[in-house]
Every structure is written in C-alpha cells, then in structure tokens.
Design a protein around this ligand. Structure first.
Ligand code: HEC
Ligand code: HEC
Length: 474
C-alpha cells in the first residue's frame, strides 16, 4: 500500500496541479478511473466518454492570467480545490501558480503587497488556509435593502460592490444540479439564465452551464473575449460526462464490493429527475417524500468477515453503516431555517439530514431550494471572524441585519433571501476540505458538529464520528 501511495503522489507532483505550467512533461490524458489519494482513501472519476483528455478547453488558458478551469477545479480534489493542496501549490510555486492572482484569489485586490513571498502569503491567506475565492457582486437594482456598512478585515470594504469569500463548487456530478452556484445565480432570470425544472431539464442546465463557463472565463481567467460557443459546448460536454466519488477507504476497503454501492461507476447510473424526492410535495408524479436518502451500504457489507482477505477493518465498515442510518433517520428539530420553516409555516419541522439533502445517493436538494441554515451568520458557532461583516438595512421597516454573505438576496433583491444558499452535492467530500460555502468547517466532523450545535441534536461523540465516517466515504 505504501509503495502505491508514493507512486500516486509522484503522479500528482508530475504536474496535474499545473498542467499549463509544465506543458512539456505534463500528461495529456489520464486513464479512466485514475486513482487520486486523499487523507482517508482514494477518489476516482468515471468519465462516460473514456479516458480523461487533459487538453480540451477546460484545461486551456482561456484568458489573460494563465488560469484554466482546472486551476480551481482539480480532478484530484473532487473537481474543487482542497485548502491543503492550495497551500502546497503556494509553497512549491512561491505563490506564483496561476490560482494566486489578485483579481479574485487574494483577500482584496488593492493596497496589497504581492512583490514578496511574505506579502503574497498574507495577501492570499484565505485562499491558502480555507480555499476561498473572492466573489464580487453588487446589490441589484430595486433590492428591498441597502448596504449600511462593510467591515472587511482585508480592505475591500466598498459598499457598491460587495466582496464575499466562497469555496469553488465541484465541476463534476453536474447532471444532478437543480441550481448552479451557491446562490443559484447561474439559474436565475436576473442573469438571463434559466431556473432548472422537471419540464425543462436538461436543456435548462446545459444552457446555464454554458453561461457559467463564459462568466468564469471572463471573470476568473480575465479573458478579454468570451469563449466561442463551440468552446462553451466542449466544456459543458466535458463536465457533464464526469461522475466522481470516493472509491476506496483505507479502513473499509473498496466501496463498491460485497453488495456495497459506493464509488463513481454506480453513481453514474444513479436515476435522477428534478423533484425526485422533494419533502414539500414537489415531486412531479406526486410520489411522497422518503427520508431514506442513502442506500449505499448494508449489513451484509458491514459484517463480511476476514479483514486480511478483503483489506478492510470491520469496525470501520460498521461505523460507516451506522453513519448512513443516522443520516437517514436521526430526527432533527429544524427551526428558524429560512426557505423551509417560513415556507411551510411550521415553526418546527421534525426532519432529518434528508429533509434538505433529499436526492437519492447524491444529497443535494432535488429542487432549487435556497435555504438559510446559518452558515453566513456572524454567530456561526464554527467561528467566522475571518470574514467581513456586511450590515444591511430593510428599506421598508428600517430593520438592520449583519451577515458575512447575503447569498441569494444579492440575486433576488429579497430581504428574506439573506443568508440563503443551496444544499450542495455530498459526494467526493473527502477530497475537498474545508466545507460549507465559506469553508467554516475544516473537517467533516466539524460540519456535523455545526448541526449538532445549531439544531441541539444531542449527538454523542460516537454518533458524530459515525456520521463523519459516512460522509468521508461518499
Ligand atoms: C479562480 C477559481 C476558479 C476558476 C478559474 C474557475 N472556477 Fe468555477 N467556481 C469557482 C467558485 C469560487 C465557484 C462558486 C462560486 C459561487 O457559487 O458564488 C465556482 C463554481 C463553478 C460551478 C458551479 C457548480 C455548482 O454546483 O453550481 C461550475 C460548473 C464551474 N465553477 C465551472 C467552471 C468552469 C467551466 C471554469 C472555466 C471556464 C471555471 N469554473 C473556472 C472558482 C473557479
Ligand atoms: C435545514 C436544511 C439542512 C439540514 C437539516 C441539513 N443540511 Fe447539510 N446543508 C444544507 C445547506 C443549505 C448547506 C449549504 C450551506 C452553506 O454552505 O451555506 C449544507 C451543507 C452541508 C455540507 C457541506 C457540503 C460542502 O460541499 O461543503 C455537509 C457535509 C452537510 N450539509 C451535511 C449534513 C448532514 C450530515 C446533515 C444531518 C446531520 C445535514 N447536512 C442536515 C442544508 C441542510
């Protein structure tokens, strides 16, 4: 196993992280299901069209700053970036890798020192330590609120354009998306894109992704002209063919053997349609909601004997199985969640993880449902002192509210949308820490601890460990 891991990290160093930088030695194709190691196991991507071509427009510099899509969407990192790998890239490139650009890679884009290594270390601290990219958006015309003040620890306290700090979402498993971007802005009439619905899918998603790719090239890559329609289509076709999941856990062994159905190949066959399992009755065939979201692991898998024979530890499998059961059945008294409690008029919903993560074996919301669970709140128990404090005032009644990121409200202009984000896909998590839109959970255990505190779940240490183990093998 040791030899295997060394070989893999060698392959990683060979230049997957900087395809553009080391053109001559960089591989131009990867075998399908190429194994990428992370702290707890091995992540694989199944590409429906065969081997992975690393020369297409997704991997090309489409702009003026040397970045490609892969700069922030790395195959090894579940097609996002892990903060640990960003830090590696900083050290190896002395902070000059194309991800370190001041347009949106640094904490702020003015009054910063990027001439020295020390200056760059400071300027890119949020990207290095939390994998955060600066997203700038203006309050939309006609919004129900205006900006009173911005207190940004890095400068960039302008109120005309707000700076928010967000994690790159994975550019894989996209066929399950019911809204594009954390705030759904690439699936919104306000940006000329389309809401994703049962009736219009997948045409809506494909056009949203093409629009997103154009925006990413013009923004992140600072292109002076938009990618051609053909380039956009190639990018979208490329992304749509990818299915990514943890395939092997160092403790539990392969995740798709002995009647288990983890890993990317089975994920690529997962049935899905918009609204497939909506708790608010939006299933197009009126099929009732079920909280049993994940059915990847079962008793038979957990209790196979002979660890030396199959390279797994039975305790780890049992913990994962308990974690899956907790996800599917542990009651959460959901209260104060914007987009859910207010939408249903129920002050408390006796829900589960699956009330919000309802797509079968994927875990995003099966309809576009912006929700406020409190991740952007200044009182987020995980601690968000590293983020700006943005104070908004309701134009109708004068109420003031502080948040670290207005989320959906900066698209819709609605006061009630402040702090709302989408429930993201829960696959390939182990490869892309930290978690939540603002990277406030350093580990999956911390993500579970957030829910334990926020909803007073009373989880035991063992239950927290089991839930985290389960999330780790998705
Ligand atoms: C500088 C880093 C960076 C680069 C370069 C970049 N992205 Fe992203 N990407 C992000 C961030 C950050 C987000 C989330 C932003 C948000 O939701 O506000 C994101 C979101 C996405 C999403 C949305 C996924 C979802 O679940 O909604 C897709 C798809 C995507 N990027 C594709 C691309 C493509 C295609 C390119 C190249 C044309 C690209 N990105 C270049 C950082 C980057
Ligand atoms: C009330 C709705 C709701 C419930 C209940 C809920 N989640 Fe979430 N979850 C969300 C939303 C919304 C996000 C994105 C929040 C953000 O980043 O602002 C999220 C994000 C996550 C993430 C981070 C994923 C990533 O890519 O960063 C994990 C992990 C997660 N949830 C696990 C769970 C688990 C485990 C449970 C049950 C203990 C659970 N969630 C219960 C709505 C919910």
């Amino acid at each position: 196993m040791m030899k295997f891991r060394l070989w893999l990290s060698g392959a990683l160093l060979l230049g997957l992280t900087s395809v553009a930088a080391a053109e001559s030695e960089a591989p131009t194709v990867l075998p399908n299901l190429f194994p990428f190691p992370n702290a707890t196991g091995i992540l694989k991507t199944f590409n429906a069209t065969g081997r992975l071509d690393l020369t297409g427009p997704f991997f090309q510099s489409l702009g003026t700053n040397g970045r490609s899509c892969a700069t922030c969407h790395q195959p090894a990192d579940g097609w996002s970036v892990s903060a640990a790998h960003v830090e590696d890239r900083f050290e190896r490139s002395h902070g000059l890798d194309p991800i370190f650009r001041t347009n949106d890679g640094s904490n702020c884009d003015h009054n910063i020192d990027t001439a020295t290594m020390e200056g760059r270390r400071k300027a890119y601290s949020l990207l290095r330590t939390r994998g955060l990219i600066r997203i700038t958006l203006a309050v939309p015309a006609g919004a129900e609120f205006d900006v009173v003040s911005v207190r940004n620890p890095y400068g960039c306290s302008e109120t005309s354009t707000l700076s928010m700090y967000r994690r790159p979402l994975p550019a894989t498993n996209l066929r399950f998306l019911t809204t594009v971007m954390w705030d759904g802005r690439e699936s919104s009439p306000q940006t000329g894109t389309k809401p994703i619905t049962f009736a219009t899918n997948p045409a809506d998603l494909l056009s949203d992704l093409a629009h997103q790719a154009m925006g990413a090239a013009l923004g992140h890559a600072q292109a002076t002209t938009a990618p051609t329609q053909e380039q956009q289509k190639k990018i979208v076709d490329f992304e749509m063919a990818l299915s990514t999941a943890q395939a092997i856990d160092f403790g539990a062994g392969a995740l798709d053997v002995q009647s288990a159905s983890g890993g990317p190949i089975i994920l690529s066959e997962q049935p899905f349609f918009v609204g497939i399992n909506d708790p608010l009755g939006l299933n197009p065939f009126k099929t009732p909601f079920t909280p049993v979201i994940f059915t990847l692991f079962n008793n038979r898998w957990a209790h196979v004997s002979g660890p030396e024979e199959h390279g797994h530890h039975p305790d780890r499998r049992a913990s994962i199985l308990r974690g899956q059961a907790l996800f599917n059945s542990r009651t959460i008294n959901i209260s104060g969640v914007g987009g859910l409690n207010d939408a249903t008029g129920l002050p408390v919903i006796n829900g589960t993880c699956g009330t919000c993560h309802d797509s079968f074996n994927v875990g995003n919301h099966s309809t576009g449902a912006p929700l406020n669970i409190g991740i952007a709140d200044v009182t987020n128990p995980l601690g968000v002192h590293y983020l700006p404090v943005i104070t908004l005032r309701n134009k109708t009644d004068g109420t003031e509210l502080s948040t670290t990121d207005p989320g959906r409200a900066l698209i819709s202009g609605k006061w009630t949308d402040i702090g709302k984000f989408k429930g993201p896909i829960l696959r390939g998590l182990a490869a892309r820490a930290p978690y939540f839109h603002n990277g406030s959970a350093a580990t999956l255990k911390e993500a579970v601890e957030f829910y334990n505190i926020r909803f007073g779940m009373g989880l035991t240490h063992q239950e927290i460990a089991d839930l985290a183990a389960f999330l780790t093998v998705l």
